[in-house]
Design a protein around this ligand. Structure first.
Ligand code: IMP
Ligand code: MG
Length: 172
């Protein structure tokens, strides 16, 4: 595996994103909705830099098997919070094809939130097909398969502190 983004670069960038959110949502009480499992490291880092009165919830969605998207969404856990009239910030580990985030944004919009924004640690801009802009992007990365900082390959490597690129020979 080779290093793509180091722990210290991530730390600095997360602070910048959080400061931007703190400014953009001044006086508001957004609900952060994380997409499990991948979001948990980024979500924990981001939230601890947030100085607003916030709530936290999670959904669990699965679209990936191994190193590729299956093209279908499996919904494993829905939100518990009532999001009607609320400002929502969805927190994702990575946006690849955009399939997952498109699905979730459209689904949440049906529940009448006041606003929906998206924060993602990583963004494969060259691959993603989206009909909206991503509000808070940690890093744009090339279209390679990465692990670490919450991201997995078959549930492994989520605990790595840096973002690493998997070599093709590591992907079986
Ligand atoms: P999308 O639906 O194609 O945008 O993919 C989003 C989901 O696929 C993410 O939430 C990740 O769980 C997973 N994923 C996409 N790219 C990668 C990667 O490079 N490494 C690990 N997981 C990935
Ligand atoms: Mg994920």
């Amino acid at each position: 595996m080779k290093l793509l983004i180091s722990e210290s670069e991530i730390k600095k960038r997360v602070k910048v994103l959080a400061n931007k959110i703190n400014e953009d949502y001044k006086g508001k009480n957004p609900i952060f909705i994380g997409i499990l499992n991948g979001c948990y490291v980024f979500m924990a880092d981001l939230l601890r830099e947030i100085e607003l009165d916030v709530e936290v919830d999670f959904v669990k969605i699965r679209s990936y098997e191994g190193d590729s998207s299956t093209g279908t969404i499996k919904f494993r856990k829905d939100i518990s919070a009532d999001i009607n009239g609320r400002d929502i910030i969805i927190v994702e580990d990575i946006i690849d094809s955009g399939f997952t985030i498109n699905f979730l944004v459209n689904r949440l919009r049906n529940s009448g939130p006041k606003s929906v924004a998206v924060a993602t640690a990583l963004f494969k801009n060259e691959v993603a097909k989206l009909d909206f802009d991503i509000d808070y992007v940690g890093f744009e990365i090339p279209p390679e398969f990465v692990v670490g900082y919450g991201l997995d390959y078959n549930e492994k490597y989520r605990h790595l502190k840096d973002v690493m690129v998997m070599e093709p020979e590591d992907i079986k």
